[in-house]
Each structure stands twice: as C-alpha cells, then as structure tokens.
Ligand binder design. Structure first.
Ligand code: NAD
Ligand code: TYD
Length: 342
C-alpha cells in the first residue's frame, strides 16, 4: 500500500511511520511535512535509507505541494499535519485556521479528484469540550470545542464528514485523548515538566492543577490507527483512549518522584483562558468492532518517557534551538538553488 502521511515529522506522525514500517513489509510511506517549529526530521533519521520511505517538504494548504505527493500514486492518506498547541492558538488562531481547516480541505479535494481509496483525519477528544466530574465522551457526544485549536479541529472533522455524505468518499475520523511518549516537542505538559525538573526550573501548573486528562502512550495510539486504517468502516468516527485518567497535579508529582526532585519546584501560575476541566474517552466502539486493546500502563510508560528525555539531551537542545530546522532550511535552499541552476 502506498500511504501519504502528513505531519510525519511531528510527535505522533513520526511514531506512526516507524510503527507502520516496523509491522508491514508491503507499505511505502510518503511523508509530507512543512517542518514547522514542531516538525523535526531528526525524529526519523533512522529511516532515511529505508527504500519504503520518502520525505517531501511541503505544506498541506498548497494544492501544488499536495499534488506533488499524489502524482506518486497514493492509495490512502492519514492527516496528522496540524498546529497543535492550545496556548499558541489562544495567542494567534490564524495559522490554526489555515493549516487545520484549509489544509484538510485541500487534502480532501485532492483525494476526491484522485479517487484515493481512504482518508483518515486525525482528530482529538478536545472537539467534545469539557466534562463534569463523571461520564465519558462517546462518538455521539456533541461537538463543543472551547479553544481556537479545538474549534479548528472540529471544523476539519465536519468537513471530512461532509465529503463522505456528499461525495461518498471513504473517510474516517479518529478522536484520541492526550498522548505522551518519546519525541514530543517540549511545550506540552509532560516533556515540559520533565525538562524543567531536570534543570531544577519551576514547573508551571495552570490554575489549581486539578484538571483531568486521559493519558495514552503514543505507541498505543499508533496501533489503534493501524487497526482503523486496515479495518475501519467508511464514514465512521472512532474514539481512541486507554482509560488512564489523572489530574495534572498528580502527573507532575509523579514526574518529580521519578526524577527524585522536590515538590517545591511546582509553581501555580495564572490559569489558561477557557481551560477545559476534564477529558475522558469511551473507546469501546474501537475495542468492540476492531478488537484493538491498549498495552502500555501509564506508570511504566511515563517512567520510560522520562528516561528517554534524560538520555536524549542533544535532541532536546536541537529542537529547542531550532538548529535542526535551520540545518534543513539551508539544505533545502542549497538543493533548490542547484535545481534552478541545472
Ligand atoms: P506536532 O505538533 O508534534 O506535529 C505536527 C506536525 O505537522 C509537525 O511535523 C509540523 O511540521 C507539521 N505541520 C504543521 N503545519 C503543517 C502544514 N501546513 N503542512 C504540512 N505539515 C505541517 O503534533 P502531534 O502532537 O504529533 O499531533 C499530530 C496530530 O494528532 C494533530 O492533528 C493533532 O491534532 C492530533 N492529536 C494530538 C494529540 C496529542 O496529545 N499530541 C492528541 C490527539 C490528537
Ligand atoms: P497540554 O499538554 O498543552 O495538552 P492539552 O491542552 O491539549 O490537554 O496540557 C495538558 C494539561 O496540562 C492542560 O490541562 C494544561 C496543563 N498545563 C499546565 O498546567 N502547565 C503547562 O505548562 C502546560 C503546557 C499545560
């Protein structure tokens, strides 16, 4: 199968590409990624010589860039490419609207024209909004996004649904809970707290820290996506989660415990505007219909993740400084110049 993965240089996309090439021999993956601040080719450097893997630098909002990929005979598309950080979306929503909504539209249109057999939109539980103390989000829960990020993802979900209803396209939307694991850009809760603790910096906890998230290891998310890609029903939405709900403060204390750092590093800071109080995912449809099961317990997965960040200080310093981005920027400029001159 020839698969187009967009956003494959990011956290989940890079884990997914490695997962798929590890479990399937008969797959070729084209990775289309614009290498935004969150995209890092170093995440996939071990695959650069694998003949089943091709990287194309490009933007999902550009029909031309997308066409360049489709001309390689793509059979299915998985759209990970997105702006993903809620705090950034609060400061400036424009790029979220562009990438998350317009980019999804450009991909859907290309799939329609090219009659691509399957389109998977990687969405998030944040489209459902916030829960009270009890209950879980099911696929029938109403969409009630509270941040510009979540609203842009919900808009893309609806557009994807419309392409199924209107044009009969084979599309699937997945909505996963908060991921953790290796290669996550250190602006999200888990890597940020690990790195601050390692450097004896304060750990900024928003508000009272009693917000709850439902944590899933990125490898379990990837195995769920493999099941959806292979066996999912067209037009269906699948929730993905692993029933591991924790308060933010509990997560931060656990990281400090693993690293043997004092709780005095915690600093309560001004809350995020529109901060969702609780997310919890009911993934029973995916388990029942496709037989998927998560494998990684939070305690074990979190300890492994902490260890990975401890052992990969160079990766951290390069993604933080943007050094890799500049390196590739120069490399691509040089390549484009050579192409122009030839
Ligand atoms: P990430 O921020 O780590 O990576 C996003 C990737 O998309 C980067 O490689 C970036 O360069 C690329 N990208 C951004 N704009 C682009 C554009 N216009 N064209 C091409 N590439 C572009 O994100 P992530 O955490 O890996 O999330 C991947 C997907 O999963 C997103 O769609 C996100 O909404 C969804 N999701 C994330 C989580 C989570 O906890 N991280 C949970 C559920 C769903
Ligand atoms: P985040 O990793 O940004 O994911 P999301 O907002 O998509 O759930 O944040 C997870 C939770 O941690 C969320 O409730 C906000 C909180 N948080 C902090 O308390 N401090 C921080 O510095 C960050 C980045 C997040």
């Amino acid at each position: 199968m020839k698969l187009l993965v967009t956003g494959g240089a990011g956290f989940i996309g890079s884990n997914f590409i490695r997962h798929m090439l590890g479990v399937q021999d008969e797959v070729h993956i084209v990775n289309l990624d614009s290498l935004s601040y969150a995209g890092n080719l170093e995440n996939l450097s071990d695959l650069s010589s694998d003949p089943r893997y091709t990287f194309i630098r490009g933007d999902i909002t550009s029909a031309q860039d997308v066409e360049k990929c489709f001309s390689q005979g793509i059979e299915a598309v998985i759209n990970f490419a997105a702006e993903t950080h809620v705090d950034r979306s609060i400061l400036d929503a424009s790029v979220f609207v562009r990438t998350n909504i317009e980019g999804t539209y450009v991909l859907l249109e290309a799939c329609r024209r090219r009659k691509v057999s399957r389109f998977i939109q990687i969405s998030t539980d944040e489209v459902y909004g916030s829960l009270d103390e009890t209950g879980k989000f099911t696929e029938e829960s109403p969409l009630a996004p509270n941040s510009p990020y979540a609203a842009s993802k919900a808009a893309a979900d609806l557009l994807t649904r419309a392409y199924h209803k209107t044009y009969g396209m084979d599309v699937i939307v997945t909505r996963c809970s908060n991921n953790y694991g290796t290669h996550q850009f250190p602006e999200k809760l888990i890597p940020l707290m690990i790195l601050n603790a390692l450097e004896n910096k304060t750990l900024p906890v928003y508000g009272d820290g009693l917000q709850r998230r439902d944590w899933i290891h990125v490898k379990d998310h990837c195995s769920a996506l493999q099941s959806v890609l292979m066996e999912g029903q067209p037009g269906r939405v699948y929730n993905i989660g692993s029933d591991q709900e924790k308060q933010n403060l509990e997560m931060v204390h656990e990281i400090l415990r693993i690293l043997k750092k004092p709780p005095e590093l915690i600093e309560f800071v001004t809350d995020r505007p529109g901060h969702d109080r609780r997310y919890a995912i009911d993934a029973s449809r995916l388990k029942r219909e496709l037989g998927w099961k998560p494998k990684i317990r939070l305690e074990e997965g979190l300890a492994q993740t902490v260890r990975w960040y401890q052992e990969n200080a160079e990766w951290v310093s390069r993604v933080r400084s943007g050094a890799y981005f500049e390196y590739y920027e120069q490399m691509y400029e040089k390549r484009d110049q050579t192409l122009k001159n030839s």
